[in-house]
Ligand binder design. Sequence first.
Ligand code: GDD
Length: 318
Amino acid sequence: MPRLLLTGANGFVGKILTGRLQNAGYEVIALGGNVSPAQGIADQYLSCDIRDAGALSKAVADAQPTHVIHLAAISHVPTSFKEPLLTWQTNVMGSMNLLEAVRLQAPDAFTLFPSSSEVYGAAFKSGIAVTEDTLPEPLNPYAASKVAAEYAFREYFRQGLNGVIARPFNHIGAQQSADFVTASFARQIALIEAGQQAPVLKVGNLEAVRDFLDVQDVCDAYIELLKLADDKGHPLCLNIASGQSRRIRDVLDLLLLQSNVPISVELDPDRLRPSDIPIAVGNNTLLKQTTGWQPAIALETTLSQLLDYWRAQTNTTP
Ligand code: GDD
């Protein structure tokens, strides 16, 4: 049975991906911090901070993986502005620590690195869905750190390590932190419905345009990408995108349509960013052609499940 080491296993994507990997026939060795929601789900749980090179090397040696997915990262753009050092140490040096550990302890493992569509940054300005050939022009510390980490992976791939880089666009769903836009809006609607928040929904930049995917579709794309392990000529970097652009204002309207209570919308200046990508939409042709993947879940379905999730959370939280 293939043994997959998953860093960032306790995160939003990690928890969902663990179950889907197991269904796809992988034994999952989850790597995360001390608090461990993944502990009960994964086949094995290892506690380790990826900034600790020695501990990570030991974890990889113990796990002896055939496959690795490196999810662990600081992934919230505003946090990356507030904590650039933590962002670079985690996203770049954490990736370097993992690459060295794999090179020395599990050199035959196939490694998938989920980077981010954020790397394109200013290159999105044309408004046309970007392909993987578009040169990255990052606009925030998170995106810059992901570009740097991508180059680290490319260098190890050039030296013979087997793996692939993915650039997922915005993926959303139940259990995502309310730091992110759709979860924030759904949570506020649920709180308002429950009478726990005044009927005023706080928002940031509603004019931004994003390419949204259900987190389950992104997890399925990761599982398809793992199958490239035996394909010598596979592309090194692939977008995971829906190919559809959605204005944040329209996404908010879709959520508000699902509620019967009157809600007004108010700009919260604290939710605006020093720089925000105005439009982000991706071309997914390469991924479709290479793996046969395509997104299966409509945004409306994801948003309705998201709101139900936050309604349930609100009812169980005093
Ligand atoms: N978080 C948040 N909260 N964003 C808001 C809000 C709000 O109240 N109101 C408007 N926005 C706008 C942001 O300014 C941004 O333009 C857009 O909604 C999406 O914000 P996020 O959900 O925070 O995601 P992101 O686009 O910055 O980054 C996400 O997607 C990337 C992939 O493209 C993150 O998940 C990254 O980790 C990921 O790599």
